[in-house]
Design a protein around this ligand. Structure first.
Ligand code: FRU
Length: 325
């Protein structure tokens, strides 16, 4: 780090860390203008993460960092948009201004992030969109699991588990983000024709405290609830806590999505969740794809990751892969 970089890093509260195996990584707001200055890495990748308040996103950054660690030619800069689409938009613009070689974005919402991604792409900067989508196709590559398939599989699993009938609460992820939309529409397809009834639905914006609050309303209104389908594991856990506080956790099943080893999988082992559907972060695949793009190779426009379901019965064996549609 030269004196100027150090000064700017100190000014902005930036933390520069040298990753294992010599890959340079920085975690901060505000290091982008120095992207080309620091160190001898051949390529600078700017990563914009929509928030770091959720374990799944911390895991995604760790997966990116771990995958990049074996490549000293890469320097990865991380920015946290703190769940603010406008801030995330500025981050993309800053990366473009700094002249990074490639951008990875995991966008908070589709519509507000579409234009800045398209502008970066139009300037010739490759953009990998990870997990949540933007609108249109002005980007290099999208990487993520198939949320519709996950929603459908969750629906089918729940129909089977409940013997075709029951009262359901659906706690939705942020409905301005594509996984929320797809986990909802896929689920509705999966339960079509069954006797399941959605008695309560609410947007808990992916957040455990919001899910808990929504579940309190559902519990107050409905004396009988058989199962909660939440679009992520924090949401399912928030609902569980509300039910536990009301003394009703034993009469309700909880199903979530993410299946992190230290979160959803643990809840399944503890019997808190009846099932968790894996949603891989795609961090490793993003770096593998970035390396190909930077080497001038053509990559697929869409890379779809596989997903497993974890239940009490299969978790010891590593879960069960969802079937291709
Ligand atoms: C984290 C998260 C995950 C979810 C993903 C969907 O922000 O809410 O729990 O699977 O985003 O994009």
């Amino acid at each position: 780090m030269n004196a100027r970089t150090f000064f700017i890093a100190a000014l902005t509260g930036a933390v520069l860390v040298l990753g294992a195996c010599g890959t340079k990584q920085s975690t901060s707001e505000g290091t982008a203008p120095e992207a080309k200055d620091a160190g001898a890495a051949k390529y600078t990748i700017g990563m914009s993460q929509c928030n770091l308040g959720e374990p799944w996103r911390v895991q995604m950054n760790q997966d990116i960092q771990a995958a990049a660690a074996g490549h000293p030619e890469l320097k990865v800069i991380f920015k946290d948009a703190q769940n603010d689409s406008l801030r995330q938009r500025s981050q993309i613009e800053e990366y473009v201004g700094a002249g990074v070689d490639l951008i990875i974005i995991s966008p908070k919402e589709a519509a507000p992030l579409t234009a800045p991604v398209a502008a970066a792409f139009a300037k010739g900067i490759p953009v990998i969109v990870l997990d949540r989508r933007v609108l249109g196709d002005a980007f290099t590559c999208f990487i993520g699991a198939d949320n519709k398939r996950i929603g459908r599989a969750a629906g089918a699993w729940i129909v089977q588990r409940l013997g075709g009938k029951g009262k359901i609460v659906e706690l939705k992820g942020l409905m301005t983000s594509t996984p929320g939309q797809d986990r909802n529409s896929g689920f509705r397809e999966g339960i079509r024709g069954s006797g399941l009834e959605i008695v309560f639905e609410a947007d808990m914006k992916w957040l455990e405290p919001d899910a808990r609050q929504e579940m309190e309303s559902a519990l107050a209104r409905f004396p009988k609830i058989d199962l909660v389908y939440a679009h992520n594991d924090p949401g399912a856990h928030g609902a569980y806590l509300a039910a536990q506080a009301a003394g009703r956790d034993k009469e309700i099943l909880f199903v979530g999505i993410d299946g992190l080893p230290h979160e959803g999988q643990v809840y399944v082992k503890q019997g808190i969740l009846a099932a968790s559907f894996e949603y891989p972060t795609g961090g490793r695949e993003a770096i593998e794809t970035a390396l190909k793009i930077l080497a001038g190779e053509t990559v697929s426009k869409e890379i779809t990751l596989s997903s497993r379901v974890f239940t009490k019965e299969n978790i010891a064996a590593g879960g069960e892969w969802l079937k291709k549609p």
